[in-house]
Write a protein that binds this ligand. Structure first.
Ligand code: CA
Length: 225
């Protein structure tokens, strides 16, 4: 049975793509656009983890966190604005399990959620790795090996490859790749993705001119096999 993630976030665009990523990663994902809706969904649906935005209308994330903690020890990951150190500390003091600073990549958020779930479920704490054929990514150390040989990837290349491997077999549009790789914080053209893909292929493909992992889907985007 899939684990349920409750996303409490008033910004519809963010709530939507976070939900999509969790669904693609095999979770059941629910969204609430304000704190009181979030609390009532938390009661009825009993989620395995809550993604909680700090900045919410009427009842803010801190208050939602405090309310959730009154009768539940559901793991909570807080979404906070960049550089708001006191918010993070207060969030953790109120019982949040982790926090992710906006803007973030959905791939990172999913990895953090998995790590928190592993931790609270008492499973051996193991670094998150993704393996696909001869390619292995370690999300914690941001390292990559191809045929067990370490490959140097830039931060962007790593984020793109992680996003591909987490969505293996699915077609990703350039826009989706941009969103995951640049943490929603990009400026420029979708075509810049093609440049990153070309460089990534040179590093991980046996024959970059005839790739077997990162395939072009004409008119749409790319797909990782
Ligand atoms: Ca918000």
């Amino acid at each position: 049975m899939p684990q349920t993630i409750l996303i409490i976030e008033d910004e519809a665009r963010i709530a939507h793509w976070v939900r999509e990523y969790f669904e693609q990663a095999g979770f059941r994902a629910l969204t609430a656009a304000d704190g009181s809706t979030g609390l009532s969904i938390a009661q009825t649906e009993n989620p395995d983890l809550v993604i909680l935005d700090l900045m919410l209308p009427s009842m803010d994330g801190m208050e939602v966190c405090r309310n959730l903690r009154q009768d539940s020890d559901v793991p909570i990951i807080m979404l906070t604005a960049r550089g708001k150190e006191p918010d993070r500390i207060l969030g953790l003091e109120l019982g949040a399990d982790d926090y992710v600073v906006k803007p973030f990549s959905p791939g990172e958020l999913v990895a953090r959620a998995r790590a928190v779930l592993r931790r609270v479920n008492g499973e051996a704490s193991q670094d998150e790795t993704i393996t696909s054929g001869n390619i292995q990514l370690d999300l914690a150390s941001h390292s990559c090996t191809v045929d067990e040989q370490p490959i140097e990837l830039s931060r962007t290349q790593f984020a793109i490859l992680a996003s591909f491997m987490q969505n293996a077999g699915r077609v990703l549009s350039r826009y989706q790749i941009l969103e995951s790789a640049f943490e929603g914080d990009y400026s420029g053209y979708e075509r810049t993705i093609d440049v990153h893909i070309r460089r990534l292929r040179k590093k991980i493909e046996k024959n970059p001119a005839n790739p077997e992992h990162i395939l072009t889907v004409f008119g749409v985007g790319y797909k990782f096999e």
